[in-house]
Each structure stands twice: as structure tokens, then as C-alpha cells.
Design a protein around this ligand. Structure first.
Ligand code: GLN
Length: 255
């Protein structure tokens, strides 16, 4: 009698253990760079999408969305912080699972990685010093423009205004420092970090002009279509149930 009871109890415990450890029903059994982890390649100097915290961690819209995606797949998120210009390469070469970095979908990048659905819109914006004679994107002509290395802002500016007029820096903060030092006349960068940089530094103005509008999505290795499908499925669910909107609203409150 006792033995039977113990057996039943053990069976019940086993079921509940499986229940706790089980992946959500919609999570595919996907292969990742490191078992049990989802490695996210990003440049954590791109507020409010990704930035470092005082205690050495990471936060931001992309970090929180990726955390939720990882959870849905039964994985733990690991942030791999690097220069923006490396995020696609590390995914391509199997060192990180996803590139999530306010990453704009472009035809050129589609040759190197697969993209999920888009989860946010970015606008290439223009920061100038107070009193600048630059008021529109066309006015950038014949001026020195600061950009971030490997970004769409760099590619648009070199195409439109010529390579000799465009300098690129490892991240937005450095580009802005060079604008403040008078090394460049304007900085072209995505609107959300642009706003953060203008708020954090006196003497800068964000022009009320949309140079280029673009879609942000997550890049996944072309060699791992199952992971791309699983990440996209999780993302779709998080968009549908309002989680993505809630996270965006937390960092970019609607006025
Ligand atoms: N959205 C831009 C791009 O994809 C910049 C992203 C970034 O600097 N993190 O090129």
C-alpha cells in the first residue's frame, strides 16, 4: 500500500517536474550556438533599443523583446555586445544566433541573413549644432556628415553626398562627440538614439525631417531556417498579444 502511494507520488512529481521544465507548446526544438542559450549580437550603445546598465547588464527595447522570445523558446538570452558593423557577420559565421540591433532590413543584408517580420520602424534623422545652416536633408550637400560605421545612415549619405563628405565612427556616441567638437557638421542616425543623444548633450538640435524611413527586424543565419521560423513565430505572438507594443511604449512613451 505504502509502496503504491510512494509510486503515485513520485509519478506525480515527475509529471510536475516535466511540466516546469517543458518548453512552451509552440517552441520548436531549435539548435542554437550554445545549448539552452539564445545569443543576441548587438551594439549596446544604441538607446533606447540597447544600452548597458550601471551594474554591467543590458537593457532596452531589443533586449526585452529578445528576452521574451528566448523565454518562449525555452532558452536563456545572452547579449553579445560588439561594434554594429560585426552583428551580421557573427550570425553568418555561427558565433551568435540572432542579430538584433535596431537592424534595418535591406536587400544587401538579405543576401547574408534571413530576416524575421519587422517589429519597429526607424527613421534616419539629422542632428546639427544649434544655429546650423542645415535645415533639411538636401542641405547636407557639401557638408561633412558623421555616421556610424556599417549603418544604413552611412550607406545613404555616401550614395547621396559622396564618400569624401562622410566620416564613420564605431558608434553613435562617438559620432555625436565629433559633432560637438566641430569635426563634422551633422550626424545622420536613427531617430530614437538621435533623440536620446540630443537630450543628453546641450547645443544640439534634431531636425524635424525624415531623411529615410525603414523597418527593423531580427537577422538569423541562413543555415538555421528552423531557428528563424521559431524566433519569428515567437515574435509574431509577442506582437499579437501586445507585449512588443508595451515594451516600446515603456522606452518611447507616446506623447
Ligand atoms: N538602423 C541602422 C542600420 O541598421 C542603424 C542600427 C544601429 O546603429 N544599431 O544600419
Amino acid at each position: 500500500m505504502k509502496k503504491v502511494l510512494v509510486g503515485v507520488l513520485m509519478a506525480a512529481m515527475a509529471v510536475s517536474l516535466v511540466g516546469f521544465g517543458a518548453k512552451p507548446a509552440d517552441a520548436a526544438d531549435v539548435k542554437t550556438v550554445e545549448a539552452g542559450k539564445l545569443h543576441m549580437a548587438t551594439n549596446a550603445a544604441f538607446p533606447p533599443y540597447e544600452m548597458t546598465t550601471d551594474d554591467g547588464g543590458y537593457e532596452g527595447i531589443d533586449v526585452e523583446i529578445a528576452t521574451e522570445i528566448a523565454k518562449k523558446l525555452g532558452l536563456e538570452l545572452v547579449v553579445d555586445d560588439m561594434d554594429f558593423s560585426s552583428v551580421i557577420t557573427v550570425v553568418q559565421t555561427g558565433k551568435s544566433d540572432i542579430a538584433m540591433a535596431g537592424l534595418t532590413v535591406t536587400d544587401e543584408r538579405k543576401k547574408n541573413v534571413d530576416f524575421t517580420d519587422s517589429y519597429a520602424t526607424g527613421i534616419q534623422s539629422i542632428i546639427v549644432p544649434e544655429g546650423s545652416d542645415i535645415a533639411t536633408a538636401d542641405d547636407l550637400a557639401d557638408h561633412m556628415i558623421g555616421t556610424q560605421e556599417g549603418t544604413t545612415g552611412f550607406f545613404y549619405c555616401t550614395d547621396d553626398f559622396g564618400e569624401e563628405f562622410v566620416l564613420s565612427y564605431p558608434n553613435g556616441a562617438t559620432a555625436v562627440q565629433n559633432l560637438l567638437a566641430g569635426k563634422v557638421d551633422a550626424v545622420v542616425i536613427d531617430n530614437a538614439p538621435a533623440q536620446a543623444f540630443v537630450e543628453a548633450n546641450d547645443g544640439l538640435v534634431l531636425l524635424d525631417t525624415e531623411y529615410v524611413t525603414e523597418d527593423y527586424a531580427i537577422g538569423v543565419s541562413k543555415d538555421n531556417p528552423d531557428l528563424c521560423a521559431a524566433v519569428n513565430g515567437a515574435l509574431k505572438d509577442l506582437i499579437k498579444d501586445g507585449t512588443v507594443a508595451k515594451i516600446v511604449e515603456k522606452y518611447i512613451p507616446v506623447e
